[in-house]
Structures are given as C-alpha cells and as structure tokens.
Design a protein around this ligand. Structure first.
Ligand SMILES: Cc1cc2nc3c(=O)[nH]c(=O)nc-3n(C[C@H](O)[C@H](O)[C@H](O)COP(=O)(O)O)c2cc1C
Length: 255
C-alpha cells in the first residue's frame, strides 16, 4: 500500500488489517446479549431496494451443531468448538408476503436477479456480523461448506421452502489472535478509471511467493506457486455440481 494511504487510519481500517478467520475457539460462553448486539448492528447493512431479503438462524445446541458439521462434510471442527453457529439465509418470504397481502403478483420471485440480490443482501449482513463480532474481541469464520449438503443443512435449521443458507458463521472466543493472510497486491485488484489487466501475471506470481512465505513462516507445507496450486486443487472438479438441483428441491426454480 502507498505510504500516504497507510497514514489514513481508523479503528475499522485497523480491525480489517488485523482480522483473520478463526478456526480454534475457547470453550467460554458467548452471552446472548452480545450476539443480539452483533446481529442488531449487522442488520444495519444496506440491502437492495430495502428488501432485507435474509433470515438469520442462531444455533447454540451442540447436537444441532454436530449435525451441521456432518452436513458440511465432517471436517470443520470449529463448527462444534465455537459455542455459536449463525446461519445467514437468503429469504424473500417477507417480500412475497407483502406482495401477496396487497394483491401484487410476485413475478420476480424465481428470477436469477432475485436469487442474486437476496444472496448479496445476506452476504452483506453476514460480513457486517463478522466485523461487529470481531470488534468486541470475538473470532469468526464463515462456513460456505453449509452448501455441501444444502438440503440436510436446511432441514436441521428448520428452513421453510425458498429459503437457503448462503453461509454459516462460527462465533466464539479465539484461542489466539488469527494470522493475517496476505492478499493479492492491490495494483492487480484495483483499477483506476478503466480496467487494466496488464500487471496480472506478475502480480499473481508475486502473490504466489508471498503466500508461500506466509505458510512456511507458520510451519505449513506449501509449494512456491502456493495460491495458484490451491486454485488448481480447489477447481480440478466443478464445485458442488448438484447445488442447482438441490436448490430446485428447496423451491428455487431459476426461471
Ligand atoms: C463465503 C465464504 C465461505 C467460506 N467457507 C469456509 C469454510 O467452509 N470453512 C473454512 O474454514 N473457511 C471458510 N471461509 C474462510 C476463507 O477460507 C478465508 O476467509 C480465506 O482463506 C481468507 O483467510 P482470512 O479470512 O483468514 O483472511 C469462507 C469464506 C467465505 C467468504
């Protein structure tokens, strides 16, 4: 980052620079008031057309968290370890209700746009919840793996049709401050006035090396082209190929 930019400071900018996903939690409880304060603040997030098309399910019950962990594929011990798991769900039911009550057909319901917008609304609230939780010293990690078996996860959460969990959020007290994972160099991400992809190849190569050094400094095995290899491993097969059919079963028709 340019030196001048580093002088621009705020508690939120510092928090963002220091943040990292937390995957190890202490057993200490997280008070309900704290979760309510975090979610109350998170719902201040902007939402498309003010439609607020999301619902949030707070899960504390250990049996339910165990089942959610299994539905996520069985890894992810943090889902059981963190005392709170919050599912952020795209939900247009309140919009549908308002339209139905006043006799307006809700033709947009099954459009890709509506699905996208409700997923975006949900993600913004989830990110705000993560930041709000971190601001009071809690740790969080998002769990996209909740879409590994979205039907089972939705059943555990008791979701009605046409509502799906976009991601979960583990919330608890971190065992240690999380490591700050490096990011792509800003100049291959941020473009001034017009998109300029000329620096991409060199920037990605730089990032591969930076990330490899980061992992090695933490005693974690990696290769020199660390990030690129991770992407290759991740996408050697299409991710969640059944998701479209599963969402259809949950009531999403994608017209
Ligand atoms: C939508 C979303 C889903 C994620 N799903 C998972 C997950 O299932 N399990 C996990 O351990 N981390 C998950 N993460 C966390 C990412 O792995 C993490 O944010 C990324 O590696 C960058 O690391 P950092 O957050 O520590 O900076 C997810 C993050 C996002 C934004």
């Amino acid at each position: 980052m340019p030196d001048a930019a580093e002088k621009i400071d705020s508690s939120l900018i510092r928090q963002l620079h220091d943040r990292g996903s937390v995957r190890e939690y202490r057993a200490d409880p997280v008070p309900d008031e704290m979760i309510t304060a975090v979610l109350n603040a998170a719902c201040r997030a902007p939402s498309s057309c003010n439609q607020e098309s999301y619902s949030i399910v707070v899960v504390r019950d250990i049996e339910a968290r165990r089942k959610i962990r299994q539905a996520c594929g069985g890894g992810q011990p943090q889902i059981e370890q963190a005392p709170v798991f919050i599912a952020f769900c795209a939900d247009t039911r309140r919009v549908a209700h308002a339209c139905a009550k006043y006799g307006q057909p809700f033709d947009a319901e099954h459009t890709l746009e509506m699905f996208l917008v409700s997923s975006i609304d949900t993600a913004l609230v989830g990110m705000c919840a993560s930041l709000a939780a971190e601001s009071v010293g809690l740790g969080t990690v998002m769990i996209g793996a909740i879409r590994n078996d979205v039907i089972t996860a939705s059943k555990i959460l008791g979701l009605p049709p046409k509502v799906y969990p976009v991601f979960g959020l583990c919330v608890g007290w971190p065992v240690e401050a999380p490591p700050c994972k490096p990011r792509h160099p800003l100049d291959i991400v941020v473009h001034r006035e017009r998109y300029d992809g000329t620096g991409m190849e060199g920037g990605v190569a730089d990032y591969d090396r930076t990330l490899a050094a980061h992992y090695r400094s933490r005693g974690m095995p990696t290769v020199d082209h660390s990030w690129s290899q991770h992407m290759i491993d991740r996408f050697s097969e299409p991710p969640r190929p059944d998701l479209r059919a599963e969402l259809k079963e949950l009531g999403f028709e994608f017209r």
